[in-house]
Design a protein around this ligand. Sequence first.
Ligand SMILES: C[S@@+](CC[C@H](N)C(=O)[O-])C[C@H]1O[C@@H](n2cnc3c(N)ncnc32)[C@H](O)[C@@H]1O
Length: 439
Amino acid sequence: LTGRAVRPRLANSSINRLSDNDAPVHEWYRFVLSFPPHLVRDYVEKFALSPAHRLLDPFCGTGTTLVEAKKLGIPSVGIEANPVAAFASRVKVNWNVDPDGLRQHAVKVARCAARKLRHDGLSDEPLPLFRAAHRPAVELRTLPSELMDLLLDHSISPLPLHKTLTLLDCLRKNGDERFLPHELLAFAKSTVAHASNLHFGPEVGVGKPKPDVPVVSAWLREILSVAEQLADLPRRSATPAAVLLEDARDLLRVIKPHSIDAVITSPPYPNEKDYTRTTRLESVLLGFITAKKQLQDLKKTLVRSNTRGVYKNDDDDQWIVGHPKIQAIAEAIEKKRLAMGKNSGFERLYHRVTKLYFGGMARHLAELREALRPGAKLAYVVGDQASYLQIMIRTGELLGEIAESLGYELVSIDLFRQRLSTATRQFLNEEVVVLRWPG
Ligand SMILES: C[S@@+](CC[C@H](N)C(=O)[O-])C[C@H]1O[C@@H](n2cnc3c(N)ncnc32)[C@H](O)[C@@H]1O
């Protein structure tokens, strides 16, 4: 290792906030606790990337790396297995939209929705309390029960859901392919942020129900802000950015051999986070998930990082059978579970998901080798975890060792941020594992 701490330790709150300068595009739709754009800039600079290079983010999520690469004029490609996140990234790198046309079209859609609501005896603005006996002239719209069953219970209250579905109807009826993707992304953002009862802390949860909220005006504000930002972006940017819906463990299906010069990414961590749950409401409303089986199939394309997504035939653990430290951690987790008499279905899976996680990452790193040009530089942002019965998992260190065993050079493990685990009284590091592919 050449060093662990290259960056001053800043409080999480200050290092994690999107600065005003970074807001354009990044804020169109974003995961809570996504890595910040400045981290991408730091490694673009460190890796001396130029427009002649091609940058890959194999776990691109909502596209922070790709958006930042495009802002910097560096060609990029993203891989993402969750369709709604892939959609968000794709929209965020499409700046070829006429902002005035988008504005006019959005106003037309908002008018359509307001008219429909009036027709239903409703208004977008909630009525004052004293007039709260608000009686719609129609039965409120809702989703079919098989779709409702996919949502977290009480994700959205009945009246906001009616307004949301009315707006979606107007979006689709007035659908103009030049504007629809951006309008739908703004819909995803405003539904989650304003219309729903969801909150993120950072895990998704259901908060106090909102019986009524403005839905159409909240959406209109979001999309007008997108239009305003588009007006300041190069409309015909020559910098390509592609987003591919694929499993990063099978990336050679979509990435040509020896075509990648650098990787900057934040893969999942073994932290019980279920990205399909975080994005469930918008995935269902936008039609990306329509049935339980489809949800299960989607989860199977993700690196195992939580016990809700472990399946009988999973076998990524075979990739780390020769890694004694990971085996030892998994054994320690299982031993502690037995000692504590913890017997729930998910607790029994803790040791297994740990092995499947590192096995999945090993499989990804093994597959990636063929896609890289000799000398390629890689940055993996990962966090330590103690989620499984407080057994410490030093993710960065273990990932670095796996990478070395696959022929990568471990250049450094840079500390990015730290938090104190209240349970273990130990620091949990978020680190950037920097690798080089010798070819
Ligand atoms: C930590 S998030 C990435 C956040 C991202 N940096 C951003 O800007 O939003 C990890 C992402 O990896 C995705 N993912 C998990 N397993 C995957 C796999 N096997 N292939 C591709 N993407 C995967 C998840 O859906 C999630 O979006």
